[in-house]
Ligand binder design. Structure first.
Ligand SMILES: Cc1cc2nc3c(=O)[nH]c(=O)nc-3n(C[C@H](O)[C@H](O)[C@H](O)COP(=O)(O)O)c2cc1C
Length: 316
């Protein structure tokens, strides 16, 4: 999934809680956008208005109000050459007068959003998105707009985990909608290829021991247990969960309310790392990775699946 993270943010004076004026070296939205970029990869783009707003915050606020009242489209310094290559755009902006800053409207008007998914993030003094989501839907009717994240500006820096968890989940949910986990037929080589792909990626990226299992029709058709057999409990649990849901185990972590019985069962795995092995529309087995953090287990399993799909003749 190719991701572009776009942001507009003001450094310098801003109002902190208690109506105190503070001076920021980096704007709150800028901090949030960098956190997103760190987990999603892809490109980071800053919307920079051509005009300079008054460095006196109280005056600047009224300059922005004039733009808002006039429904203006203030010029911005530059645009990405194209958004063609991106599937998902994280659009990060501060709440200005209960909506997006007008230069963000300028940016949005410039592109055709057909087929694009926009994940919005707002930082604010307390009112969150307010009218921004309705305005975004109005100016980008062709885009698919996901439910976004609201962050209090002065809490942006300390909200790293919440922002990164949201960004990662947002991308993964889209990825999972596109992936069918479907294979035409069972081939032994698939298990071997998957395990090799996991090991290659793990060696490059994680440098920690992993455990891998591939099952089909209730039989373990491939297994690699770095650390010995004592470490197979999570492989068993993930196998059970894939069998019960026919879906990636990470979904039980995201939506435990959909399967309360499984989420509370200690033979199941409400964590990442298990993916279904669908053959001709039937849930026949699982691809399982364990040993890393659950987000990493999931990322690694997905990356390995993608890698084996690139091998000709191995999948649909
Ligand atoms: C022109 C302007 C208008 C604002 N209007 C609102 C508002 O209507 N509601 C709100 O909660 N915060 C409002 N704020 C506060 C900002 O949304 C908040 O400080 C934000 O986190 C700033 O992000 P930044 O540091 O990335 O520029 C406004 C700030 C500015 C500069």
């Amino acid at each position: 999934m190719n991701v572009l993270t776009v942001f507009l943010s003001m450094k310098g004076e801003t109002i902190a809680p208690g109506m105190k004026i503070v001076n920021l070296e980096k704007g709150y939205t800028n901090i949030a956008a960098e956190y997103i970029h760190e987990v999603t990869g892809g490109d980071l783009f800053e919307i920079r208005p051509v005009r300079e707003y008054n460095p006196d915050h109280m005056k600047m606020i009224y300059e922005a109000k004039e733009e808002f009242d006039a429904n203006a489209r203030p010029a911005i310094q530059e645009y990405p050459e194209s958004i063609e290559g991106y599937d998902m755009i994280f659009l990060c902006f501060p709440n200005w007068w209960a909506t997006m800053p007008m230069p963000v409207f300028t940016f949005l008007d410039h592109f055709d959003w057909t087929g694009k998914t926009i994940a919005p993030l707002v930082t604010s003094g307390g009112s969150g998105f307010a009218n921004a989501l309705a305005d975004l839907a109005r100016v980008c009717p062709a885009a698919k707009i996901l439910s976004g994240l609201e962050v209090l500006g002065h809490e942006a820096e300390t909200s790293k985990k919440a922002i990164q968890d949201w960004a990662w989940k947002t991308v993964q949910e889209e990825e999972l909608k596109r992936e069918t986990f479907e294979f035409e037929s069972f081939e032994n080589r698939t298990a071997m290829d998957f395990m090799n792909a996991v090991l290659e990626i793990a060696e490059e990226k994680y440098h920690r021991p992993v455990r891998i299992r591939v099952t089909c029709n209730g039989v373990i058709v491939g297994q690699y247990v770095d650390g010995g057999l004592a470490g197979t409990e999570w492989l068993d649990r993930k196998e059970n969960t894939v069998k019960a849901t026919g879906r990636p185990t990470i979904e039980l972590y995201w939506h435990p309310e959909e399967h309360p019985d499984l989420a509370a069962d200690d033979t199941q795995a409400p964590f990442g790392g298990g993916l279904p092995y669908i053959i001709s529309g039937e849930n026949r087995g699982a691809f399982i990775v364990s040993g890393l953090r659950h987000r990493e287990d999931h990322d690694l399993a997905m990356a390995a699946l993608k890698k084996i799909r690139e091998k000709k003749g191995n999948s649909k």
